[in-house]
Design a protein around this ligand. Sequence first.
Ligand SMILES: [Zn+2]
Ligand SMILES: [Zn+2]
Length: 835
Amino acid sequence: MSSDRYPFREIEAKWQRIWDEHGQFRAVEDPGRPKFYCLEMFPYPSGRIHMGHVRVYAIGDLLARFKRMRGFNVLHPMGWDAFGLPAENAAIEHGVHPAIWTYENIDYMRSQLKKMGISYDWDRELATCDPAYYKWEQLVFIKMLERGLAYRRRSTVNWCPSCQTVLANEQVENGRCWRCDSEVTPKEIDGWFFKITDYADELLEWCDRLPGWPERVITMQRNWIGRREGAEFDLPVAGRPDVMIRIFTTRPDTVFGMTYAVVAPEHPLVDRLVTDDAERRAVHAFRAEVARESEIERLAADRPKRGLRLSANVVNPFNGADIPLFIADYVLMGYGTGAIMAVPGEDQRDWDFAKQHGLPIIETVKRPAGWIGEAYSGDGVKVNSGFLDGLTIAEAKRKAIDWLVTRGLGVAKVNYRLRDWGISRQRYWGAPIPVLYCERDGLVPEAEENLPVVLPREVQLSGKGGSPLADVASFVNARCPKCGGRARRETDTMDTFVESSWYFLRYCSPTYDRGMFERGAAEYWMPVDQYIGGIEHAVLHLLYARFYTKVLRDLGMVKVDEPFTALLSQGMVIKDGAKMSKSKGNVVDPDDLIRTLGADTARLFSLFAAPPEKDLDWNDQGVEGASRFLNRVWRFVIAYMGGAFGPPQSPPSTLEAVTAPTTEAGRAFRRLIHETIARATHDIERDFHFNTAISAVMELVNALYTFATSADDAGAEGERAALLREAVETTLLLLAPIAPHLTEELWAQLGHAESIVTQRWPEADPAALVRNELTLVVQVDGKVRSRLQVAAGTPEERIQRLALADERVQPWVRERAVDRVVVVPNRLVNIVTRG
Ligand SMILES: [Zn+2]
Ligand SMILES: [Zn+2]
């Protein structure tokens, strides 16, 4: 079979070489032209590209090439998210240095990407493990430290025992490590944080101002930030004037329904509330039990809630009532204040707990008639609520807060689910955190002129306990930049999500050495107009990058508020019902596909098999179909050039479109050409429906065969040749962003000297789209009764018959004798009756 295939191997290699030699995709700032910054999330250099990569890069390349043909000055760069654990794990397993492993992988993956023929400006390639790159985030770290946006504190962190490192909350999925799936355990540790919570409000507010983002991603970000409005106040412990328990509630209107209170088992006040050894032992045992539960389990609605009654009582400040105090697993230290007032009448989790522990339930909102249920969270009028009775929930919230504030007992408070971003990693292969600990000055940032703090090459990697850098004496023992005395370097490295929070800015001027990026270049290219990447980054990377961009803006470095104007989140590539993965043995290697069927086939299949936001289900028939279609286009154009359908019109410079074909077949064919242009343009630009755009072109190719092989109408030979030419060229232009090698080759074979890359995207001719139909008004005795659609040139007798048979005309002529039917050409039909 392979001998039937077009010579994709030669063609693809040839054009990749020519594009490279001509610097075809080199981007240069040009204030006179509108810019388009098209960016796919850069890959981790894991070793080989997989079909998921092929898909996302095919999507990005389609858009980049399409926008270029639409007249935009396009920036389309590629680089490597090169720090991270797999390099270090490979080093531990195989004894190869992470740097060597990483750069070898980069070389191989670059060669793979080049074989795909993607329109990258390779001059802008970068790798984040390059000191010339991370130098700048070290500088920004120091500026953030000066402004209190980077800080160090001891905290309980998510610890992955397998990766031997801290994980951010965002990196824990169902209580497991996002990278290795090990169960995450809590650990007390000193570490560095970025104060993303300072930007919580702005990050949330801008969620409403990113219409180019998928709603799903915006919702996930909103939920992650988790803004909650409410009140914060103290519950005094009965008989213990020295102890107050601060609680946060979003429902201050329900205070009169408080029948117990709960503090998190890990709450620091618990130890002070314990009165004797027996209670201390009980608390200890309870904590041990809870420690075995994951955070997700503790927050789950549908499971029994464990609790332990403490001997202490607290006082409800609103009515002076003594209420019991519990520690319970469903209250977590990391949320709000780590303590709650429990209102079982209006909160389902409190209701469940109250039922399990035989606690009273007070309803404070009047239930709707016929209400049968447990906790009620709907609207209604306040009852059993003292001075709040008769108010709506909103009024009661305000009044309860006023009551607290005027007595100095509490405040209105906004709480967030979002925590500060823990960026310390106790691993080697990352950017060093540029601070030192001086014996005299304490914590001192590295001096700017000493940057970058370069990651030392010589290191022992065992994967066991603590940062490997701590054992590198030449790194750890340093001079204090302030006093010149002895100092110890920080041995934690930065979370690799710091590097990916600004790489899109570095692409604007990747070799600039006087700053993070050249200002003018960033002002021209930013923001990214279209960002493309997987939904798995909906919270992590996309939230960090938004935060970091705002920090850089506030440092006066960039003007944009947001890094990404529009986002496309593509689905996964699945096979036999599961995500492709080595462990499932369902991996298709892009190398094999490109070798056997060509890069254009791989790209076409990836774009055609599913809309980009949906999962793509791999199937061999689909791949074969994509290959067949490209072969069909190839064979047609070659046959056309060989004169199989009459002498081809050439050279191309003399091409003049026949704007008004003289035959019906010619008109219909030209209409189809231009309908295809209109559909493909709309589907790509408005909806990202690349698959339907491709279907439209496939239909055009079918029509092309039919038109070319049908008997010639009425001797319009020149007209027919021109229409064929227009259809062939349109087909190639519309396929150019999808199958760039094949179209480039055929374009050249048609006699064009200029690359198809530089051609303008075709415009649909409105005149060609007009269906030659007329609308005639139908009157009966001078009154409009209907309208009639007829093809131009329909004979008068047929129009008369159609008018009389029209169902809206029928009632007016059925009972009467028709005298005459007058047809005014192209305008109206008047039926005159004998009344
Ligand atoms: Zn892990
Ligand atoms: Zn010092």
